[in-house]
Design a protein around this ligand. Sequence first.
Ligand code: MTE
Ligand code: MO
Length: 320
Amino acid sequence: MLIKQRKASDESENNVTSEWAYLNRRKLMLGAGAALIGAGAALSDLQRRDAGPRELGSLDFSQNPAFRPDEVVTPEAAVTRYNNFYEFGVSKEDPFINAWRLQTSPWSVTVDGFTDKPGTYAFEDLVDMNALQERIYRLRCVEAWSMVIPWIGVPLASIIKKLAPTSDAKYVVFETLADPAQMPGIRWPVIDWPYQEGLRMDEAMNDLAFIAVGLFGKEIPNQNGAPMRLVTPWKYGFKSIKSIVRITFSDTQPTTSWMKTGPSEYGFFSNVNPEVSHPRWSQARERRIGEFGRRDTLKFNGYGEEVADLYAGMDLRKYF
Ligand SMILES: Nc1nc2c(c(=O)[nH]1)N[C@H]1C(S)=C(S)[C@@H](COP(=O)(O)O)O[C@H]1N2
Ligand SMILES: [Mo]
């Protein structure tokens, strides 16, 4: 995402290129820096005995052949070190440096609104770890870069079915943890915390909508949204909300965090659409992180076959 006060002339494209070069140059330095920060914080924060990056366990999963595009997977170092997770800072490497502070276990999710089964659920009660599948999805950020990521997780629908929404539930709303003690970025009011996102119920039940708990064969790193984050690959990346602690079934369309931040820039649907520009830049092309040059952006990020029916008859310029 972009900070609002940026100059229009400060084109996102140049920014992305230079950030990727910067990242490569600093790969080793970053690793060393993170270790130093980790050690320093552990000394100054004596209550935290478990300080330092989480050990990532390998996961048991099956590959879903329906979601294995014939495309090069983005290098793991980019997927885990070039992130947007503003709760840990607004620079792309901030989440990698800071997210070790997030305590991901035990983890619970509050479920409320129009449901027959409201309450507080343990992560283990929501995600069936014996039914994990790997899906390789494209992720298209609104900043006009993209990645190809091997996620491991479960369909969102499998979780929603457990939660028994009532017929009044027309939308599902998600919230990220907002704990300043674990998330240094929360002190900056760049977003109306907690980060909130939502889907229309039929979008949420679409098979593409996925809850990821892993990446590259391992548990998902904190900076990518541990222990559970949404992935909606036909929508801009900001819909894919991380580190979910609340799921609310609503009868009305929520005003999500990015809609509050910039109502003319971020709509509720946020479907990837090369024909509808962001007010400050085009969405027609994108840079695949790790590649040179740019490629055309595909409508619905190339997932039209799966999701175009959801929007039949809707004016996607109005409902952006
Ligand atoms: N809670 C939360 N979720 C978030 C964000 C954020 O800042 N906070 N950034 C979003 C944006 S803009 C993008 S592009 C994706 C990036 O996911 P990744 O870092 O795993 O690639 O996460 C999305 N989910
Ligand atoms: Mo994004």
